[in-house]
Each structure stands twice: as structure tokens, then as C-alpha cells.
Design a binder for this molecule. Structure first.
Ligand code: GH3
Ligand code: MG
Ligand code: MG
Ligand code: MG
Length: 336
């Protein structure tokens, strides 16, 4: 599911990153105890797209393989110290080399030997004495697999990177959003307020706050249950969002309290907005579970930025005081 999400989310940039990576050469380890065969192998296999390193027996090969991690190993079978079969098995056992592509050079093409080689972990075999053309062809087959494996690894790396970014973004979103209403939460609103207050005091931009509280919300919970109370909060949040303008930030401060941070609005404009919100809530019929309906009202307090204010907290405090007056003066009203 995550993979799908990523695909739809950012398929283009994933593809672009994968494509932009240069294909580098393939590291190939040739192993044979016969120096002449080894020399031959390096000559035959020499290519711009490959780098070839050599070893004289299985033991040395294993050591080199663990250190240099070649993507392909071509190994002789019979060698002193450690033969090709043992090398195969050893490579398959180490996590760093377990996916190495291994070609065994075998003697006579005896069925039992072939089975033995594949059982030991060989991916392919070439019968000695080998025809250069055939050896080259089989190596190309192996290289196709190696390049495919590389692509898969790159894709996975990119996807993992995006998964991490997505996770970070999700967590950030999570900490900035109120879970019930989907609105920015208090922390988010306070960060925003700090920013816009800085702008207002520097450039004299208009800025107002509307503090809103649902009236007698405790009664709604008591009458219709807590779940229906939640529904009401969600509906109210939607009414606010729908009626606010693009440069108003509607947030949930907690409980049944909401804050609208209104840039480009003076007191008069914000009073109008608050009144619009109040009227919209008043006329809206909330449909609750079980076919019941409820009607709620809100009270709101409006305050606008003034140079005497030292910070956003004082602006909020002024809006809070106005809200208190709205409650005292009978609720379902706006004060400033
Ligand atoms: P007032 O008109 O003076 O604001 O009265 P009120 O009943 O709205 O105010 P009060 O502060 O007494 O009650 C607020 C209630 O809101 C109490 C609390 O249980 C409830 N409440 C707070 N958060 C939530 C919530 O997330 N969901 C629900 N359903 N209720 C909540
Ligand atoms: Mg040999
Ligand atoms: Mg309250
Ligand atoms: Mg209330």
C-alpha cells in the first residue's frame, strides 16, 4: 500500500531519479589456479563496461570477494586449498556475497557434476575448454540480471527515501492538525499568529482575531451524547471553513473554542466576518445520529491588532475579553 501511495504521489520524480543515475561498470572476479587460463579469461572478458580482478584459488577468491564485492564470479572447479564448489557454497553463506552471480567452469559435461555445481549455488556453467564466444554470451546473460538487480536496489533506495520524507511530512501534519475537525490546532495557530503579528508590527498590515465559543455546549453533550457533541463540533468547523476567506486561518483552540486569524482585515471587516459565521451557525440545522436534529449558536469576540500590543498574546486576550462580554450579554452574539 505504501508503495502504491508513493507511486501515485510522486511517480515522476522517482522515475527521474532512477533514470539520472549513471550505469557504472560491473566488477567481475575470475578464479583459476592455472595462470594461463586466468590470463586468457582476462583477455577474453576485457570490456569497457567491466572491471576484472583475479584470484588463484578459492580461498584467495573468497577473501577478495568479501572485500571487493564483485557482482560476478567466474571460477574454475578444481583448485588447491579451496575448490570451486566450496567457494560457491562459502559465497552463498555470506550476506555480503550471497547474491553474487556465479559461473562455474566445469570439466566434461557430466550431468552429475552440473547438478552438483547448481546445488552448490552456481547460477550458470561453462564447459572447459571454453569457446570465448559462448563464455562471453553467458556473461552477458549474467550481466543482464546484475543490472536488473541494481535497478531494483536503486528503486528501493529511492522509495525508502520517499517513505522517510512522507513519514516526516505526515508526522508534522499530525502534530499541526486537530484530529477531530481536521483544522489547524492551537500550536499551529499560535505559530501562525506569531508570524502575522511580526508582519503587522513591521509593515502595518491589517490583522484581526475572532475568538469563538459554542454556546451551552455542555447541554448538547448532556442532551445528545458526547459523540453527537463531536459531530456538532465537526459541522461547526465546516461552517467556519466554508464562510471564511482564503486569508483567514480557522483553527480549533481546544474543546468548543475556535480562533480565526484574519489577515488583511480591520475591526469592521472582522466584525462582519464574525457576524456572518454567527448567522450561518444559527440558521444551520445539525443532523445528528438517530434522526435527531439540533440547533446551536456561537458567541464571538473580535479584536484587531494595535501598535500598543506587545505580542500576539495580547491580541488574543483582547478577543477573549470581547468573547466574555458576548457571553455575558446573552450569547449568540458578537462583541468587540
Ligand atoms: P458557554 O455558553 O458558557 O460556553 O457554556 P458551555 O456549556 O459551552 O461551556 P462549558 O465550558 O461549561 O462546557 C464546555 C463543554 O465542552 C464541556 C466539555 O465536556 C465539552 N467538550 C470539550 N471538548 C469536547 C470535545 O472534543 N467533544 C465533545 N463532545 N465535548 C467536548
Ligand atoms: Mg584447475
Ligand atoms: Mg468554552
Ligand atoms: Mg461554550
Amino acid at each position: 500500500p505504501l508503495y502504491h501511495q508513493l507511486k501515485t504521489l510522486d511517480a515522476n520524480s522517482i522515475e527521474a531519479q532512477v533514470r539520472s543515475r549513471p550505469e557504472t561498470e560491473i566488477l567481475l572476479l575470475a578464479v583459476d589456479d592455472d595462470p594461463l587460463t586466468l590470463l586468457n579469461l582476462t583477455r577474453i572478458l576485457g570490456s569497457e563496461s567491466r572491471q576484472i580482478i583475479t584470484a588463484e584459488n578459492g580461498k584467495q577468491a573468497l577473501q577478495i570477494a568479501l572485500e571487493k564485492r564483485p557482482e560476478m564470479v567466474i571460477t574454475d572447479w578444481r583448485m588447491p586449498q579451496m575448490d570451486g564448489l566450496e567457494l560457491c557454497m562459502a559465497l552463498r553463506q555470506e550476506t555480503t556475497t550471497q547474491h553474487t552471480y556465479i559461473i562455474m567452469l566445469t570439466g566434461a559435461e557430466a550431468d552429475d557434476e552440473l547438478v552438483q555445481a547448481f546445488d552448490a549455488g552456481a547460477d550458470d556453467y561453462v564447459v572447459k575448454p571454453f569457446t570465448p564466444k559462448v563464455l562471453e554470451a553467458r556473461i552477458r546473460g549474467g550481466e543482464r540480471l546484475i543490472r536488473y538487480q541494481r535497478k531494483i536496489n536503486r528503486d528501493r533506495e529511492v522509495i525508502q527515501k520517499y517513505a522517510v520524507r512522507l513519514g516526516v511530512a505526515n508526522r508534522k501534519l499530525h502534530t499541526m492538525t486537530d484530529a477531530l475537525t481536521g483544522l489547524p490546532n492551537r500550536r499551529n495557530a499560535m505559530a501562525r499568529l506569531k508570524d502575522v503579528v511580526a508582519e503587522s508590527s513591521r509593515y502595518g498590515e491589517k490583522l484581526s482575531c475572532i475568538m469563538i465559543d459554542v454556546d451551552h455546549f455542555k447541554n448538547i453533550n448532556d442532551t445528545h451524547g458526547h459523540d453527537n457533541g463531536d459531530l456538532v463540533l465537526k459541522e461547526v468547523a465546516q461552517i467556519f471553513s466554508k464562510n471564511a476567506r482564503s486569508y483567514d486561518m480557522v483553527s480549533r483552540m481546544g474543546g468548543e473554542e475556535f480562533l480565526v486569524i484574519s489577515t488583511r482585515s480591520d475591526r469592521e471587516e472582522s466584525l462582519q466576518l464574525a457576524e456572518r459565521l454567527r448567522a450561518a451557525v444559527e440558521k444551520h440545522v445539525m443532523e445528528l445520529g438517530g434522526g435527531t436534529v439540533a440547533q446551536v449558536t456561537i458567541s464571538a469576540g473580535v479584536a484587531s491588532w494595535r501598535d500598543e500590543y506587545a505580542n500576539g498574546g495580547e491580541l488574543i486576550k483582547a478577543a477573549d475579553d470581547a468573547l466574555y462580554r458576548a457571553k455575558k450579554n446573552g450569547r449568540n452574539r458578537v462583541e468587540t
